[in-house]
Write a protein that binds this ligand. Sequence first.
Ligand code: FAD
Ligand code: DLZ
Ligand code: SF4
Length: 518
Amino acid sequence: MTAKTTCRNLVLVLGDQLTPGLSSLVRSDPERDRVLMVEVMDEASYVRHHKKKIAFLFSAMRHFAEDLREAGWTVDYVTLDAAGNSGSFRGEVARAVEHLRPARVVVTEPGEWRVLDDMKDWARVLAVPVDILTETRFLCDPATFRAWASGRKQLRMEYFYREMRRKTGLLMEGDTPAGGKWNFDADNRKPAKPDLFMPSPKRFAPDRITQEVLDLVGRSFPDNIGTLEPFWFAVTRSEAQDACDHFLEAALAGFGTYQDAMLRGEKFLFHSVLSAYLNAGLLDPLDLCRKVETAYSEGRAPLNAAEGFIRQILGWREYVRGIYWLKMPGYVTENALGAAAPLPAFYWTGETDMLCLSEAVGQTIDEAYAHHIQRLMITGNFALLAGVDPAEVHEWYLAVYADAYEWVELPNTLGMSQFADGGLLGSKPYMSSGNYINKMSDYCGACSYDVRQRTGDKACPFNALYWDFLDRNADVLSSNPRLAQPYSSWRRMDTEKQGAMRHHAAEIRRKLAANERV
Ligand code: FAD
Ligand code: DLZ
Ligand code: SF4
């Protein structure tokens, strides 16, 4: 901390608030106010984050602090290993208040409920007014979402998304959607062939600041999941913009068609790999959507790609945030299916004979990244079918991805993937047997399990677990009209086959619980 001095306002900027247009910065004055940024152990350890996630954020924070200084701000930056670092937001604000005696503390609302809850008490404890300002970096604020949700029996993303298209005018031709349809998902389910040309996300060499952070993280979190190097994430706003431009040029056109595809050894396919940058505030979501719209209107990307991409950001990203603030704090403990099994150990090591899972977890360990369909239909699907406690699944997803913050991760995991909210977010569980994975990937051909077998040592574990899941959860799920077909197939199966499937699934679940290799 710098020499004792005073300032008007102390502006606390959090690690995922790396945006010059942040409401707290816009409301403040570099001449009279001071910025505080802190690396704190509480945030770095409330789940056992992937090493690359911590390194990305610390490096991006340090670079943002430099940008602010260049723009004329006085920034107090507390590194994780700074002498006297108290280890918490509250403790660091208290130290700064003690030192600087500001008239007020100013902060933009945090992205996570637990941090906001803590902040509400700061004014009393620190004896200084604390202004918690509205977050303006999203396209739909929680109050507007609440109003949209109120009185609706079902909160379907598709209807929310259409309102957002109308509101922003993105891909609209007057009152009608471009191309005459809101959604081109039917065109976006093509499996990819291994010989298809794959673009790679733009990579950036670590500079001195990043190298210092890599050393710090390596020293401070030696046992956390993940490899630190090679480290190639963008850590400045201009690098993130380069990564974005590269995606628009090299990958957007293929984004829609191959959105649900998975290929061995191909970690990114046509995905943008921009989520960590968006969520930390290095990229602006509306700006990105407008660039994608321009790529479409200039003929550089087909409509199914542009619409598919914009739907992820304007639709899903905003929608899950709306659900988060609507349903917290109770949402995090929901468990509609009463799932209670522990998370299999291979989620932390990748050591499993199931190739789809060893690929998805392996690349997660290497890159702190897996694309959506791997998160949903491989790691999420397996945890769902195996009956894993959604709280453990949630903790894993929050830890292992560089883009993970509770506001976006929790509804995706607990709601979309684990059906733990009983169907608020999705009308049916996202689950499948090995068949779907085989259709959408080239994993099964090289796997030591046989995707066509349902029972026996060589049978793909997804198969028996799938039917067993339906059977075990029939009380909650069998009346769901969208599951009528699988339940009818299950009922038509002869009882001997059903028994063999139950038995095989129970054996897999036993092995997982006993930490035996599956
Ligand atoms: P692309 O496929 O290129 O998509 C473009 C952008 O759309 C993403 O960068 C992201 O900002 C947005 N997006 C796409 N799908 C979603 C979605 N379902 N919810 C919110 N935004 C979306 N996303 C996170 O940002 N953080 C998380 O912690 C996170 N956890 C997830 C957990 C589970 C179980 C599942 C199924 C999905 C999760 N997602 C999460 C959503 C999605 O998987 C990631 O946003 C995406 O994989 C990021 O990679 P990308 O940037 O290459 O995305
Ligand atoms: C995720 C994270 C980590 C690992 N470390 C810090 C940190 O040391 N300092 C900080 O300001 N933010 C960090 N973050 C992001 C916060 O967890 C995030 O800002 C809050 O959860 C609110 O979304
Ligand atoms: Fe995964 Fe089953 Fe295919 Fe193996 S056979 S890759 S376990 S779906």
